[in-house]
Design a protein around this ligand. Structure first.
Ligand SMILES: Nc1nc2c(ncn2[C@@H]2O[C@H](COP(=O)(O)OP(=O)(O)OP(=O)(O)O)[C@@H](O)[C@H]2O)c(=O)[nH]1
Ligand SMILES: [Mg+2]
Length: 207
């Protein structure tokens, strides 16, 4: 995907959402698409079902039309080998983790690096930008302070691995969702433009 053209046709961009079970990926994708909070939440947004990928129709700050295609994934042992089949065509990965995480709080960096970084690199997608996304920030309270993922840990991981940004979101706060959409488009667009320049150079060389 990541198709760029100057003819007034929409620019097609793909954001693939990653993260462990229950971090809020599917809820967030529904929220981005139609601003609802589904109840109950389906396991996965049906991006690969007919009539095709789901996308948000929007525009860049300079007025170019964008179709932002959203791909949901999930973690289940028997699907671990299948998940990367969703990766081709991705312009940006959005790697989600919850703001309050009792299970992974102490091993936050390891789970990001050893699991997700490893999967992205092993499958050959290390050139795709990654946005680290802290989800469910509305759940942060003074009482659960020991289970919160610290921004310092996020930044250390981000710098070490070279991941681009970290953002925070809650589906209960529309402005955080809107900020996320804008950031995804900026990052994905840069990647798609880079890719388009590269393939133009390649076709010039071949000629
Ligand atoms: N408080 C709060 N709850 C949220 C938010 N986003 C999602 N949730 C809740 O978190 C739970 C898990 O959300 P899902 O969207 O199913 O998470 P997922 O990452 O798709 O999970 P899997 O499909 O199992 O991988 C649900 O009960 C949601 O209602 C949020 O921003 N704030
Ligand atoms: Mg889901």
């Amino acid at each position: 995907m990541g198709s760029i053209n100057r003819s007034g046709e929409p620019i097609e961009l793909v954001a693939t959402f990653l993260g462990f079970n229950g971090v809020g990926k599917t809820t967030l994708l529904y929220n981005i698409l139609d601003r609802t909070v589904p109840d109950p939440v389906p396991k996965v947004l049906p991006w690969n079902e007919e009539p095709g990928p789901l996308y948000l129709q929007t525009q860049t700050t300079d007025g170019r039309k964008v179709h932002l295609h959203l791909r949901d994934t999930y973690v289940l042992d028997e699907f671990d080998r299948l998940r990367p089949l969703n990766f081709p065509g991705t312009d940006v990965f959005v790697l989600c983790f919850p703001a309050v995480d009792r299970a992974h709080h102490d091993i936050f960096e390891d789970t990001l690096d050893l699991f997700w970084r490893d999967e992205i690199v092993r499958c050959g997608f290390q050139d795709i930008p990654v946005i680290l996304l802290k989800t469910k920030v509305d759940e942060v309270t003074p009482e659960n302070i020991k289970d919160q993922v610290w921004q310092e840990a996020v930044d250390m991981s981000r710098h070490r691995v070279g991941w681009m940004f970290s953002l925070e979101v809650s589906v209960l706060n529309r402005s955080t969702v809107q900020e996320l959409i804008s950031r995804i488009i900026v990052v994905a667009l840069k990647h798609a433009e880079r890719k388009a320049r590269k393939s133009k150079r390649l076709s010039c060389c071949l000629l």
